[in-house]
Write a protein that binds this ligand. Structure first.
Ligand code: PLP
Length: 390
């Protein structure tokens, strides 16, 4: 059968993730140091794992309500209030999802009709544009630059807004750049969203990994509560990527719409993950803070290492990625990453995997041990020197 002809054109039109493609190659090679995958190298703190095991032993193996265990939604609402002073009603304004990934997909599908446009600042997380396409919308990319610390401004966005623009999709702290937006920066964006009557989807999965200053939740800004869908989760802050759990917080009508899709497609998030997430929120603050402190030390190590190589390097203020410019080497992002992998066996992600405006950069994840980071820095340094001497 000719499957290519049977597969829906929308699915055919989207590329496979640039990260995965590259790491399939790396996985087959021996002795590779990976600064590639955006995943904590820590395992989930023991007390969170224990709570899940305890729950299983007590027979917690059934479906939960579609929206998630009420106790978990209450803990989520409490943590949002404690951390960012935003008030959500657990019963109507919180939906527990299979990671931010599902939350993003649900939000886009519940909002978009063909022709609707979504402003997506770039470079951005690999899923954003493809999820917009899969939901039937059109992603309009808005390039951000290192000169402006990879932030967006209302003035930049103004150039891309049209009568069809419905959503602004932002993710700060940012993957892949590590950029953050201050409260003042976000106020500018909030005014823009109000002026054009846009809905803002704010992916705040790296909120707890903010190193300088504090994170501002977008819905905490004046007049933004009702027009913002906050997405967050447990994967990064609590090293829980494999549990597949996150949440959306938004207007009750909108949470109702997302829940409709969720109930027919996912039914509910696994109860095992929900039980563990309750423990993470109740008692996980200390472990999360310890991991953040460790990432911060690695951040300084890797930033200094790249700067000593003479590469132009923006100082990341959040998440666990460094996004150095490799323009002065004269190689494209892909050529740099491929040659580095072949010659020095270090895997990192070409910047163009995060959109065209990522060309000329590479993404290095520092969610790996300092031993690995030090060895990777030696190898990359040697590679860069050899390039200069070529
Ligand atoms: C910006 C961003 N959003 C969402 C996700 C996916 O998160 P989750 O594991 O909660 O689905 C990732 C994972 O790398 C990410 O970097």
């Amino acid at each position: 059968m000719n499957w290519a002809k049977r597969i829906a054109p929308t699915v055919n039109s989207i590329p496979p993730s640039g990260i995965r493609r590259f790491f399939d190659i790396a996985a087959e090679m021996k002795g590779v140091i990976s600064l590639g995958v955006g995943e904590p190298d820590f395992i989930t703190p023991w007390h969170i794992r224990e709570s899940c095991i305890y729950g299983l032993n007590r027979g917690q193996t059934a479906y939960t309500s579609n929206a998630g265990l009420l106790e978990l939604r209450e803990e989520i609402a409490k943590s949002l209030y404690n951390d960012y002073e935003v008030s959500y009603t657990p019963r109507t304004q919180i939906l527990v999802t299979v990671g931010v990934s599902e939350g993003l997909d649900l939000a886009l599908r519940a909002l978009l009709s063909p022709g609707d446009e979504v402003l997506v600042p770039e470079p951005c997380y690999v899923s954003y544009k493809s999820c917009v396409t899969l939901a039937g919308g059109t992603a309009i990319t808005v390039p951000t630059t290192m000169d402006n610390a990879f932030r967006i401004t209302a003035a930049q966005l103004e150039a891309f807004v049209t009568p069809r623009t419905k959503i602004l999709l932002i993710g700060y702290p940012n993957n892949p750049t590590g950029a953050v937006m201050s409260r003042e920066d976000l106020l500018d964006i909030a005014r823009f969203a109000k002026k054009h009557d846009l809905i803002v989807i704010s992916d705040e999965i790296y909120a707890k990994l903010t190193y300088d200053g504090t994170h501002t939740c977008f819905s905490s800004l004046p007049d933004m509560m009702d027009r913002t869908i906050v997405l967050n989760g447990f994967s990064k802050a609590y090293a829980m990527t494999g549990w597949r759990i996150g949440y959306a917080a938004a207007n009750p009508d909108f949470i109702g719409a997302m829940t409709k899709i969720h109930q027919y497609t996912m039914l509910c998030t696994p109860i095992t993950a929900q039980v563990a997430a309750i423990e993470a929120l109740k008692h996980g603050e200390k472990s999360a803070a310890q991991m953040t402190t460790e990432y911060n030390q690695r951040r300084r190590l890797i930033l200094n290492g790249f700067r000593q190589m003479g590469l132009d390097c923006f100082e990341p203020k959040g998440a666990f990625y460094l996004f150095p410019s490799i323009k002065q080497t004269g190689l494209t992002s892909l050529a740099f990453a491929e040659q580095l992998l072949q010659i020095e066996k270090v895997a990192l992600v070409p910047g163009d995997a995060f959109g065209e405006s990522g060309e000329g950069f590479v993404r290095c994840s520092y969610a790996t041990s300092t031993v690995n980071i030090n060895e990777a820095l030696i190898r990359i340094g040697r590679f860069v020197v050899n390039l200069k001497n070529r």
